[in-house]
Design a protein around this ligand. Structure first.
Ligand code: AQP
Length: 332
């Protein structure tokens, strides 16, 4: 079976609809066909200031949400990044292989550091794409299911893997991004030209899966559309409506073409009211399941212990091969 690897940050508490549709939903599907490794990336979370108590609580919450979304620990390896020390160890090697200019071109860093004020951004935030390179290469992943915003980091991963292999001999699998066209970028409900994001979106533009369902319904009903009245998919000229159609289509399994037929001659209000109901029907059981997993911390801990053990066995093998190739004297 080909291997997939992906991660999600525990930073915000609740996952948002973009995280779910862009990434986590694919993780659930891929565990059936792939040897799947999924992790909560707490090392990435500390690239911006964190409250220690909140970080550990949010890490548990992220695991509970992944299980609620449908990850099955018997079908995939689910773990917390800091439980596998090899991530930080391989990241150092990759840091030393990356050009400063090359790292400076990462647009995510530019966006995020601009939001924080360039002087206040940490060196960790600057090098986090390189930690991500290590995350992926450690597991010899064939594919990486992520949202469109991560494409550049997968490109960097491919470049560094090829550079290492070229310099030191075949060591790493060259991974491919796994990004779905329909859901690779879910847009902000108020500003459909930017991605839905925990840090850039306003509260009204962002659907948090763990919010009160009626709060999310209200946000859908007040989503920005356009002055035209036709319900038609046209990402360029009708980004708001197209975003709603994309979300609707993915959550219900109805094609966009079919939705266009269903809503022919109807007003935007009808589409929004129905989509609000679809969202409520999705988040209500999701919230309940998340709470059930949170209420059972022993089960959660044992899933993570098993996941870390399995992840470590793969990661340790890749790291020791890498160290050997680099020329580090083996410890006796
Ligand atoms: N709007 C989105 N559409 C599609 N996919 C998205 N992802 C995030 N936003 C969208 C994908 O979700 C996965 C996990 O992302 P993350 O751990 O990087 O989460 P994040 O960075 O906390 O999410 P945000 O909202 O993007 O935060 P900001 O912008 O504040 O950093 C990834 O696969 C990502 O592509």
């Amino acid at each position: 079976r080909p291997r997939v690897l992906s991660g999600i940050q525990p930073t915000a508490g609740s996952f948002h609809l973009g995280n779910y549709l862009g990434a986590v939903r694919q993780w659930v599907a891929l565990q059936e066909s792939h040897d799947a490794f999924y992790m909560v990336v707490d090392l990435h979370a500390i690239t911006v200031p964190q409250d220690p108590k909140e970080l550990s609580a949010n890490t548990r919450l992220a695991v509970a949400q992944l299980l609620a979304a449908g990850l099955d620990p018997d079908r995939c390896t689910l773990f917390v990044q800091s439980h596998v020390p090899e991530h930080a160890q391989l990241a150092w090697v990759m840091n030393c292989l990356t050009g400063f200019g090359e790292a400076s071109r990462m647009t995510q860093f530019k966006d995020k550091s601009a939001r924080q004020g360039a002087d206040r951004a940490s060196v960790g935030l600057f090098t986090y794409p390189i930690l991500q390179v290590a995350d992926i290469l450690l597991y010899q992943a064939d594919e990486v299911p992520v949202g469109e915003d991560q494409r550049q980091h997968i490109e960097l991963t491919r470049d560094l893997a090829e550079r290492f292999n070229g310099r030191f001999g075949e060591t790493f699998t060259i991974p491919k991004p796994y990004i779905l066209k329909e859901t690779g970028k879910i847009y902000d409900l108020q500003e459909p030209s930017i991605k839905m994001s925990k840090s850039a979106s306003t509260p009204k533009g962002l659907i948090n899966l763990l919010d009160e369902p009626k709060v999310s319904a209200k946000k859908v009903k007040s989503a920005v559309t356009d002055t035209d009245t036709v319900i038609r998919y046209d990402a360029e000229n009708k980004p708001g409506v197209s975003n709603l159609l994309g979300i609707y289509s993915t959550l219900t399994g109805t094609s966009v073409a079919e939705l266009e037929r269903q809503y022919e001659g109807k007003l935007y209000g009808a589409l929004k009211t129905d989509l609000a109901e679809v969202v409520v029907d999705f988040v209500t059981p999701f919230r309940d399941r998340t709470q059930q997993y949170l209420d059972d911390p022993e089960t959660l801990d044992s899933i993570l212990a098993k996941g870390a053990e399995k992840a470590r066995s793969v990661a340790a093998e890749t790291l020791s091969r890498t160290y050997e190739r680099v020329g580090f004297l083996p410890a006796k």
